[in-house]
Design a protein around this ligand. Structure first.
Ligand code: AMP
Ligand code: MG
Length: 416
């Protein structure tokens, strides 16, 4: 990793994209796997490429409730009626071979009888005792799902690096695989720095505040492929910070701290980090979130987030989230951004990209509108709680008038 000082000159701030690119380049992919039962695999990252063990579906079957027959009987042999000789249920196939002029009552998912190639829907026939008459023209192979229709045996079912979600778990089950090999969990240690911080449940003295960042981070790190280590609040002195960093680097792949990274007021962080590892202090041209530290302590990656809670949220989502996904071995997808028309005036000075808090809604004609909210301070989580999106304003934007288009980033249910 190359490190340069971007803190000394404000003009030397990194753009968000540059910071993201540097981080992506520097973070290693963890090694080590777990073999887990399917039900425990949601949110884990597939560590191997899986080939389909069988054709899916394994046998040709009916897509409809109806009658299975040989198309040749109506197209070549010109049969006007077909005789029903049996039934094929899902799981209880018709055992015989279909003869000329014969058909089999068949249900969705039931195996096609040997000799049959086409299914006509039950609504499209007239049945008279054991004989059916077809009431409409039908093409050969209609309403039949061939064996291997979804995937053939030995074809790639899932690629290594795939984040396993509900569809993949159902898919692995349909391939008959009870266990799956996934990357081991990423170990993330986190702590807050600040003499003013107390944990919830403790009494506050004058000048003290509750630590929100650890709870915010705990929630942001709530991912099935992450194991969190809460290291508590660390006071503002070099030996304590140094010890916390050393402890964290021995047990975790990633260390995340909040606070104490602004230049000047918290030199103890810089000093401790400089001794322990390779750390780069950056000014990332993002509001909220300017001061940011990134580097390595031993083999652990370190992310030093700003102190203000909204800045923690924005820097986590924009800079840390994708790094964690890469370390787990999956490809991060950028957060979804949409275009919306602003209903309100949005104040902004050029120089930094901004993530303002907004409330968006559908405009009823296929687009969206967004309202800028008050409580835009980087210390005001209430503003985030009342919002449902970030309004993403580019670096050079000088403010927005009502009616002008902007980009929004809707909040999603989970942090990932
Ligand atoms: P710092 O970067 O340490 O100077 O912190 C910037 C601001 O964020 C200060 O007002 C801190 O009190 C506040 N802050 C830092 N850490 C936390 C935290 N864990 N929870 C709430 N506020 C915090
Ligand atoms: Mg502080």
């Amino acid at each position: 990793m190359e490190f340069t000082d971007h803190c000394s000159e404000p003009s030397n701030s990194l753009s968000l994209e540059d910071a993201q690119a540097r981080i992506q380049k520097a973070v290693p992919q963890i090694t080590g796997v777990d073999n887990v039962p399917l039900k425990l695999a949601r949110g884990r990252v597939l560590a191997v490429t899986i080939a389909a063990p069988n054709d899916l579906p394994p046998f040709p079957n009916s897509a409809m409730d109806g009658y299975a027959f040989r198309h040749e009987d109506i197209s070549v042999n010109k049969c006007a009626t077909l005789t029903v000789v049996g039934t094929s249920f899902a799981g209880k196939p018709y055992q015989g071979n279909l003869g000329s002029g014969e058909c089999v009552r068949i249900f969705t998912g039931a195996a096609m009888p040997v000799g049959a190639d086409t299914v006509i829907m039950q609504e499209d026939v007239t049945k008279d005792s054991t004989v059916i008459r077809l009431n409409r023209a039908i093409v050969p192979f209609a309403n039949v799902r061939p064996a291997g229709d979804e995937i053939h045996r030995d074809e790639c079912l899932l690629e290594s690096g795939k984040l396993l979600q509900y569809a993949e778990l159902g898919l692995l089950a349909s391939a008959g695989l009870p266990f799956v090999t996934v990357t081991r969990k990423l170990r993330v240690a986190y702590f807050s720095t600040g003499d003013e911080l107390r944990s919830v449940g403790e009494a506050l003295d004058f000048g003290q505040i509750y630590d929100s960042n650890r709870y915010l981070l705990h929630s942001l790190l709530g991912h099935p492929a992450i194991e969190t280590i809460d290291m508590g609040v660390v006071t503002d002195d070099a030996p304590t910070v140094k010890q916390a960093l050393l402890d964290a680097s021995r047990q975790a792949d990633v260390i995340i701290s909040s606070g104490g990274v602004s230049v000047g007021d918290a030199d103890f962080v810089a000093a401790s980090l400089a001794e322990l590892g390779q750390i780069d202090f950056w000014k990332v041209a993002v509001k909220p979130g300017k001061p940011f530290a990134f580097g390595k302590i031993g083999s652990a990656c370190f992310f030093g987030l700003p102190g203000n809670p909204v800045a923690v949220l924005v820097t986590f989502q924009q800079l840390v989230r994708s790094a964690l996904l890469s370390m787990m071995g999956t490809h991060p997808t950028p957060p979804l951004r949409l275009r919306a028309v602003s209903r309100t005036q949005l104040k902004k000075s050029p120089g930094r990209m901004e993530f303002q808090r907004g409330l968006f809604e559908a405009d009823g004609i296929g687009g969206f509108t967004v309202t800028g909210l008050d409580r835009q301070g980087s210390h005001q989580l209430l503003g985030v709680s009342r919002a449902n999106c970030f309004i993403v304003l580019p670096k050079d934007n000088k403010g927005v008038m009502p009616g002008e288009p902007v980009e929004i980033e809707p909040f999603v249910d989970s942090s990932f």
